[in-house]
Structure formats: C-alpha cells, structure tokens
Design a protein around this ligand. Structure first.
Ligand SMILES: Cc1cc2nc3c(=O)[nH]c(=O)nc-3n(C[C@H](O)[C@H](O)[C@H](O)COP(=O)(O)OP(=O)(O)OC[C@H]3O[C@@H](n4cnc5c(N)ncnc54)[C@H](O)[C@@H]3O)c2cc1C
Length: 290
C-alpha cells in the first residue's frame, strides 16, 4: 500500500499534522514512540501552551495522547532509519519494515543533538543507527552501543546476542542491560575514530577503545543520513512558509525547522504542513487525472 502521507515523529508537530490529515480522511502512517516525545514528558511545568495553563509535561503528553486516541490515530512504534525517493513517492526504512508514501512530514525534533565528532563521516563505515539492519555484520565482533533511552535497551540486548563484546554507553539513568559480554561504561564517549572504517571510540578521559562498529540508538537520526539531498541550513531543515522542504512531497515541522523550540510553534507548523500536504496531494491527483 502507498499511503498518502507518512509522518515521522510523535511530538506536537507530528501529532498536530496527524489530526489534520485524519480530519481530511487521508491515509497516513504515524511513526514514532507510543510515549510521544521525551521533550514533552520532561518539562516540569509548561506555562505558555494556549488553553492549558500550568500543566506539567506529563499532563500535556497525556492530553495529546487522549486527543489522538479519541480520533483513532494509531502510532506505529518504529524509528525510521532512511528515506529513499522512488520517483513519484518515497520509501521509508524502519528496522526490518518498509513503508511507502506519496508525501512525508519530517517532524523529528531538533536534529543535531548528541551527534559525536567523527560520526557523520563514518556512517555506513561502521557507524549504524539500526540494530536490526546491521547487527548481523558484527557477529563475534567488538562494538560500542551509545544508547539514548531505556526504550532502546532491547535493541542493545539483541546486539549483545550477536557481538562478542559490547561497550555500553547509556545516556540515561539506571541502565539495566545485563549480560556477560556487556560492559556498562561510566566514562562518556566523546568521539568516533577511524579513516576508511570505524576503529575506535574516544573516551572523555582521553583513552580510545578499539571497536569494529558503533551503534547509536537515539531518539533521532542525523538528517543527512535520513534523507540524502535534503537541504539543511545551520543544522535545521530548510523550509518555505508552506513548510515544504527542497524535495517534492517532503515537508518539515517543529524543532527540526529551527528556533524557537516551542510546543505551539511545533503544533502550528505541523498544522500548516498538513494543509500543504493536502494541496500537494490534490495536485498529484489532478495530474494523474483522478
Ligand atoms: C525540559 C524541557 C522543557 C520544555 N519546556 C517547554 C515549555 O515550557 N514551553 C514550550 O513551548 N516548549 C518547551 N520545550 C520545548 C518543546 O519540548 C519542543 O519545542 C517540542 O517538543 C518540539 O516538538 P517537535 O514535535 O518538533 O519535536 P519533539 O517533541 O522533539 O518530537 C520529535 C519526536 O520524533 C521522534 N523521532 C525523531 N527521529 C525519528 C525517526 N527517525 N523515526 C521515528 N521517530 C523519530 C522522536 O523520538 C520524538 O518522539 C521544552 C523542552 C524541554 C526539553
């Protein structure tokens, strides 16, 4: 099936777009986390969201969730690793799954957060964002896993089942990845080293650990990796006032398009993007003579 739209990200931008596409009875898939966005959950107190004075982030997230559930919008809990142009539509790779859509909304949050020096240059040369896709390449080998959230621990355990040795770098409190071949590191990883391929991970104390590969399991994927050819300015997706990016059918909304990083801006841009996608789909239908 080719969906009318694929929405990547379950923060306010993606959810707002989903509501509007649903109201207009479009077929779409919403990919992200069932717990929505870590950034919504983390806010202690939100005072600037219209109509909901003094809510906590958790309360706001619960309100968002109630809203999309009441409209029967399911979330498909997947990380999208890459998007490929298929000519008139796009294919999205998410772990071992594959989805197709005529338009895509990138609502992935602020993008550059956490990327390590050396990482971008070594993507596909030992740096991976997908345990399911690339884990098999590291059977019996030594790898580092940089893990941004407890919800990715099952992927780290999957990798530990394949690799000979895993250096595990949790970026969150109280990790529980227990296996004989997993060493949970207290030192932070500050860089990835290698020329033609990954050779090591640089630690904060100046040491380098020799590894064959590095898996970065984060809440987002670097934009250049996600969609080759996407125009990026100062780390944000370049968009026009309709939230269109430089590639046909590709739209972006929320923190990934630039500051200010705010819930209302994200929700508003998601709304605008959805309406632009509706127009784009109508043009497509006209061109196809439907
Ligand atoms: C502690 C804290 C407090 C804040 N307080 C306020 C406040 O009081 N008021 C205010 O207006 N703003 C506040 N903000 C900012 C606000 O949280 C953000 O501006 C807003 O969440 C941005 O929404 P978004 O939809 O663009 O992205 P996000 O909320 O970041 O959501 C993006 C989602 O996309 C998912 N994603 C990313 N890449 C992929 C992929 N490849 N595949 C699938 N899913 C993917 C992520 O996992 C995430 O769930 C606060 C932020 C923080 C961190």
């Amino acid at each position: 099936m080719i969906y009318d739209a694929a929405i990547i990200g379950t923060g306010p931008a993606g959810l707002s777009a989903a509501l509007n596409l649903k109201i207009h009875e479009k077929s779409f898939i919403l990919l992200g986390s069932k717990s929505l966005s870590g950034k919504i959950q983390k806010a202690e107190q939100v005072r600037n969201y219209l109509g909901l004075p003094d809510v906590s982030g958790a309360e706001l997230a619960a309100a968002f969730l109630r809203h999309i559930q009441s409209m029967d919008i399911p979330i498909v809990e997947e990380m999208v690793n890459s998007i490929l142009s298929m000519g008139k539509h796009y294919a999205l790779m998410a772990g071992s799954e594959f989805y197709e859509a005529k338009t895509v909304l990138l609502s992935t949050g602020a993008a550059s957060a956490g990327t390590l020096p050396g990482e971008d240059a070594l993507v596909g040369k030992g740096v991976s964002y997908c345990a399911t896709c690339d884990g098999n390449l590291y059977r019996g080998k030594t790898i580092a896993v940089i893990c941004g959230a407890a919800r990715f621990e099952h992927e780290a355990l999957y990798l530990a089942g394949l690799a000979g040795k895993v250096y595990y770098f949790p970026l969150y409190a109280s990790p529980s990845v227990e296996r004989e071949n997993v060493e949970v590191m207290s030192q932070r990883a500050v860089g990835i080293e290698g020329e033609a391929r990954v050779s090591g991970v640089r630690l904060k104390n100046g040491e380098t650990l020799a590894v064959d590969g590095v898996f970065c399991l984060r809440e987002s994927v670097a934009l250049a990796t996600l969609l080759p050819g996407l125009a990026v300015e100062n780390g944000h997706i370049a968009v026009d006032r309709t939230m269109a990016a430089n590639l046909p059918g590709i739209y972006a909304a929320g923190d990934c398009t630039g500051r200010p990083y705010q819930y209302s801006k994200a929700a508003g841009e998601g709304n605008t993007a959805a309406h632009s996608m509706l127009e784009y789909l109508a043009e497509l239908e006209k061109a196809e003579g439907k």
